[in-house]
Design a protein around this ligand. Structure first.
Ligand code: SF4
Ligand code: SF4
Ligand code: SF4
Length: 364
């Protein structure tokens, strides 16, 4: 079970594509220790109830490093809780705990890096690429680029095997492949991309993006041929799904039985992009103090078991984010049941490029 904890809704950056950008100034909520501890208890119980033996506690925000105190507290609390559960026989001796963090990388110091190393954190670093690429959208509160605050930390992120997460807006397209190579040259061995679908993508934008994806696929192909390790999720995730013959929702997406997101006020959501302390937010699944709302859970479960009508007959539906990923549909359309035409176009284009690349890789 992946327990995603939104420790704070605040952030020291103001990225142009942030899905909280319109509400950023009003977002002040932080998670208190009582909610944090209860969320971890719920995460442990739910992991156990699904017969799983791994609890991943993921620190999320806003920027979670604004709450280093809460991260230290949560790690100590979770370790003690799991040790107690093993002692009591509530969970098996093979039960284990892991920690991950999604961060913009600007607030790290040596002490926190040492802590992450000691606790074997998995790091996901939001870094779009080199300075001219990063500073297009990732800007501070006073509207200066954030690259300068991250660059000095890159060697330590690399040492901790961080995955670089790069976001693509229409303004990033033409320097995308170059940025992927740059990240690899800095030493990152794993990266992936996500697209900011803002409702303004044109067919010309998609053609330019397709050229960049082809260049990235070629670069990944050459790295693979030369035995140079580089996990490029943008390309490899689709190839892996195709080769496995499995459905995205059962392979990479673990909503419902494998993931829950907790807002600062303890409200429970299906995954990261839904999380908010807004009480009237859709898709709320309950609260850590009052338990799961069984009706809301049953509705989500029914959705996950079904296919979208608009996609009937589409060959790639079980590999398509618009069809399979609840978060993508939610943030692009406001409903998990709906389809964004932009995502549909993107998924068709990217799948074709990945399939071509896979065919080349298989034929040697
Ligand atoms: S770092 Fe993340 S939370 Fe902060 S403004 Fe950027 S996208 Fe939003
Ligand atoms: S809903 Fe989307 S983002 Fe969330 S776990 Fe599934 S695939 Fe990942
Ligand atoms: S590519 Fe379009 S039609 Fe096909 S599954 Fe995705 S959203 Fe549906």
């Amino acid at each position: 079970m992946n327990l995603i904890l939104c420790l704070t809704e605040q952030c020291n950056l103001r990225c142009s594509y942030c899905y909280y950008k319109d509400t950023q100034a009003a977002r002040h909520a932080v998670m208190d220790n009582a909610t944090l501890e209860q969320a971890i208890r719920v995460g442990l119980e739910r992991t156990h109830s699904f017969g799983q033996n791994l609890l991943i506690v993921s620190f999320f925000g806003g920027e979670p490093l604004l709450r280093k105190d809460a991260i230290y507290h949560a790690v100590g609390f979770a370790k003690a809780l799991v040790a107690e559960a093993i002692d009591k026989g509530t969970v098996g001796k093979d039960f284990h705990l892991e920690f991950t963090i999604n961060t913009n990388g600007t607030l790290f110091d040596d002490e926190f890096f040492d802590f992450c190393e000691r606790e074997k954190f998995t790091l996901f670093l939001s870094l779009d690429g080199p300075e001219h690429h990063q500073n297009i959208a990732r800007r501070t509160v006073d509207n200066t680029g954030s690259f300068g605050a991250i660059v000095k930390n890159i060697p330590r992120f690399v040492k901790l095997n961080a995955t670089a997460l790069s976001t693509i807006t229409r303004a990033h397209i033409d320097t995308l492949a170059e940025s992927a190579k740059w990240l690899h040259e800095q030493g990152f061995r794993s990266m992936t991309t996500s697209v900011d679908f803002d409702g303004k993508w044109t067919s010309e934008d998609f053609e330019r993006l397709a050229r960049q994806y082809r260049e990235m696929a070629q670069y990944w192909f050459e790295c693979r041929k030369n035995g140079d390790k580089f996990y490029l999720g943008t390309i490899q995730d689709k190839i892996k799904l195709m080769l496995s013959g499995r459905r995205f929702r059962n392979y990479s997406c673990h909503v419902f039985s494998g993931t829950i997101g907790i807002a600062t006020n303890g409200n429970i959501f299906p995954c990261s992009r839904f999380i908010t302390s807004n009480e009237s937010a859709p898709y709320k699944q309950g609260n850590v103090f009052t338990g799961f709302d069984e009706i809301a859970c049953a509705e989500l479960h029914a959705f996950l078991e079904s296919d979208k009508q608009e996609c009937e007959g589409c060959d790639i539906r079980y590999r398509c984010c618009a069809h399979e990923c609840a978060c993508t549909s939610f943030y692009t359309t406001g409903r998990i049941e709906s389809i964004s035409p932009e995502v549909c176009t993107h998924e068709r284009m990217l799948t074709e490029i990945c399939d071509d690349c896979a065919a080349r890789a298989i034929s040697g």
